[in-house]
Design a protein around this ligand. Sequence first.
Ligand SMILES: *Cc1c(COP(=O)(O)O)cnc(C)c1O
Length: 370
Amino acid sequence: MNIPLLDLQAQYATLREPLLSAIERVMNSQQLILGAEVAGLEEEIASYSQARHAIGCASGSDALLLALQSIGVGPGDEVITTPYSFFATAAAITRLGGRPVFVDIDPVSYNMRESDVGAAITDRTRALLPVHLYGQCAEMNVLQDVARQSAIPIIEDAAQAIGAEDQKRRAGSIGTIGCISFYPSKNLGGAGDGGMLVTNDDEHAARLRMLRVHGEERKYHHRLVGVNSRLDAIQAAVLRVKLPHLEEWTEARIRNAARYDQLFTDAGLAEEIRLPTVREGTRHIFNQYVIRVARRDELRDHLKSNGVGSEVYYPVPLHLQECFHYLGYGVGDFPEAERAARETLALPIYPEMTLEQQTYVVETIRGFYI
Ligand SMILES: *Cc1c(COP(=O)(O)O)cnc(C)c1O
């Protein structure tokens, strides 16, 4: 059997016709940037994410940058975040001259340890930037208490978490601004790069709409220095075809996660392998199904030689990235993030996976340990 980490062809096969006609519709209109398709998607995502406003932009990375710019992060400002995430989370802070202040992760949820955030706050702290890693929300109640006490905003990195919930609240709309990515490997993926900001704050929404078009208030009149970061109409049209299927895909991922849990337990592997956990009161959307194992790299090679794709998210924690040496962090500063970087492995969890495929993955792993 050959099982990739993500099978985009399987999804494309079910939507080929409507996707191609949506692209043709945009080509016929020759309205290629923003416009009606983007406005339509913004409304649909706002509604899906339970937010008043949604603002399309060029990528999830840009969404982070725009959100931090909108709340005024600048040189010398500190933003508290996790050392265990995709690079863009910390890069957005430093691109604006700010300083990421890392808080180690919880070894069970892999999210920033919420109870440690209060101690990291200084008079330079301008924002909290939690990441809903793998599709499970950070514990927002705890973060909101801390943020309220210090009167600082929360920017949610919800790039992996569209449709995830914490206490029935949708990821992205819980803090001040939420950042969503439509990178093809996310649960809602475009035909290329794309991103969106969601917020309930009218002022931020208006500012973000300016910032994404070079700070333009009206044509050629610039109130702010922003960036060029707009969502293409073709991406919006493609995403509008896919969005109505997102719930069914997410439910299939959740079913697949439960199926893995059962299969691993039945195979007697629950000791060797630390399975993902779902915190009570959350909806985990399983953008990734991540296990923790000993001899991770050897297991990964074994899976590969048996035709099973897997990936390490992420092999180098952010505080140890070469470009962040100047921040002065070193090995041993965030032991849980460093341990996760050595021990975690993401397995295929895409919605179209069959029971046979999942059984094969589990049997292949059993063959390695037993
Ligand atoms: C994917 C991702 C991003 C960036 O999104 P892009 O659209 O690829 O720029 C940011 N943060 C996290 C946690 C991500 O997984």
